[in-house]
Design a protein around this ligand. Structure first.
Ligand code: 5AD
Ligand code: SF4
Length: 432
């Protein structure tokens, strides 16, 4: 999400005659695009801001701006030098990127500048993101913004505002441009892509229809999407995935907790059984499809039994991969208002460790099942660990490392999987 936003910001700034530089030390303007999802993310931004202050000595005109979710959440507090213990010149929320050049002009005129008004309809549909820092093979396409699910722990509805879907014509245009530029994989991004719905002149377009159109643009283009909310994961979408070989068979379906009581406190709007029913539908309609998830350890009031329920569902489903977090209370969210953050830190840590250890075993099981199979791999580049090896991903979003001097980023190659760890598959290329 943030990466995709940064590409929009780069585009807005390029249109205002700015260009990207590689090093912060060479920049006249530095924007930190920020995330507020957990306290840890915000602390890292504050540390980075402190680190960057020394550049003001060598570049007296340097403009330092905070943009994105943390800008939205903290607003003018970020401009109060004394309180913050350092200087920030500009603050811009996630719907204010078009105004960055104007805000910059205000700062250059000697003022601090801030724009944090959230919009009901901004989707940056007409802005072609400047792709940077990527591998030229995979790109993100933002299809919607905001979220109105109000999960009790989550700050996103407050920092990113109302849910709005982007015009499908502009999404398809962006897809075609990427194909022409040689990209081979796009990830359709939104906080809850299943509730994508655009009301155009020819009637509404939902996510199932949208992904079908994107997949039809080019059979050689892989399509992924994130994130799905279990309450909105329809059979129709699963059937659409089954109908298009180029839609990757990998679904990210955040569970958060395996306990219905915790899910209710989290305001997730599904039960453990509802979740397992969606997994059953995935297994039935898309046999072999990978399922990954997000899990939170130690949410307010979580008992030992409730934690065990999470471990049970993890085993039942056999997740291929998971992002796992300790609950971090965020100011002003429903949970902060309604519940006490009462699971002691050491208990949260222990539960998270148990979740991580179980997931490592599940990921290893999942990878072992692939040993001996042949997988179609989209090559992304040279392996970080060994120059003599290439790396790419399977449709299931698993990283594969293999020696293959002749393959290039963007190629599809067939790889026979020989061995694995819990994080990586290793194999040999069989068609080069
Ligand atoms: N504490 C811990 N994890 C959180 N997430 C969102 N908010 C919080 C929070 N306050 C996690 C959820 C979500 C992922 C993007 O981040 O698991 O799916
Ligand atoms: Fe946050 Fe829930 Fe929206 Fe995801 S669906 S962004 S967890 S409020």
């Amino acid at each position: 999400m943030n990466f995709s936003d940064s590409e929009i910001v780069a585009s807005v700034m390029a249109n205002d005659d700015h260009r990207l530089v590689d090093q912060a030390a060479d920049a006249d303007v530095i924007f930190l695009n920020t995330c507020s999802i957990r306290d840890h993310a915000e602390q890292r931004v504050l540390n980075r801001l402190k680190e960057l202050q020394h550049l003001r000595k060598t570049r007296p005109g340097l403009v330092l701006g905070v943009i994105g979710c943390m800008a939205e959440r903290l607003k003018e507090k970020l401009l109060e030098h004394d309180e913050l213990g350092m200087r920030v010149d500009m603050v811009a929320g996630p719907d204010a990127y078009r105004e960055l050049p104007q805000l910059l002009a205000d700062v250059e005129g000697g003022r601090q500048a801030m724009q944090v008004i959230l919009s009901a309809d901004e989707t940056y549909a007409d802005i072609t993101p400047v792709r940077y820092g990527g591998n030229g093979v995979q790109a993100f396409i933002s299809i919607m913004r905001g979220c109105e699910n109000y999960c009790a722990y989550c700050v996103v509805p407050y920092t990113r505002g109302k849910e709005r879907s982007r015009d499908p014509a502009s999404i398809l245009n962006e897809t075609r441009q990427l194909i022409q530029a040689g990209y081979r994989e796009v990830t359709l991004l939104g906080q809850n892509v299943n509730s994508y719905r655009y009301h155009g002149e020819n009637g509404p377009v939902d996510f199932t229809a949208l992904i079908g159109r994107v997949a039809a643009a080019d059979a050689q283009l892989r399509i992924r999407f994130a994130t799905s909310h279990p309450k909105d994961m329809s059979d129709a979408l699963l059937r659409q995935m089954a109908a298009h070989p180029n839609i990757c068979k990998s679904i990210h379906l955040p569970l958060q907790s395996g306990s219905t009581a915790v899910l209710q406190r989290m305001n997730r709007k599904y039960t453990r059984e509802d979740y397992l029913d969606r997994v059953r539908a995935i297994r039935e309609i898309l046999p072999g499809c990978a399922i990954s998830t997000d899990l939170i350890a130690g949410f307010c009031g979580e008992t030992e039994e409730e934690h065990q329920a999470t471990l049970e569902v993890m085993k039942d489903v056999g997740f291929d991969f998971a992002f796992m977090f300790k609950y971090s209370e965020r100011p002003d969210t429903l949970a902060a208002k309604r519940y006490k953050d009462d699971v002691p830190e050491e208990v949260k840590t222990r539960r998270l460790t148990e979740i991580i250890e179980l997931q490592q075993a599940l990921s290893l099981d999942s990878n072992k099942r692939d040993v001996g199979t042949v997988q179609e791999v989209l090559v992304e580049g040279v392996s970080k660990r060994a120059d003599s090896h290439m790396m790419g991903r399977t449709s299931h979003n698993k990283v594969v490392v293999f020696p293959c001097a002749t393959s290039r980023p963007g190629d599809y190659v067939q790889v026979r999987i020989k061995e694995c760890s819990s994080a990586t598959l290793k194999g040999n290329c069989i068609d080069h």
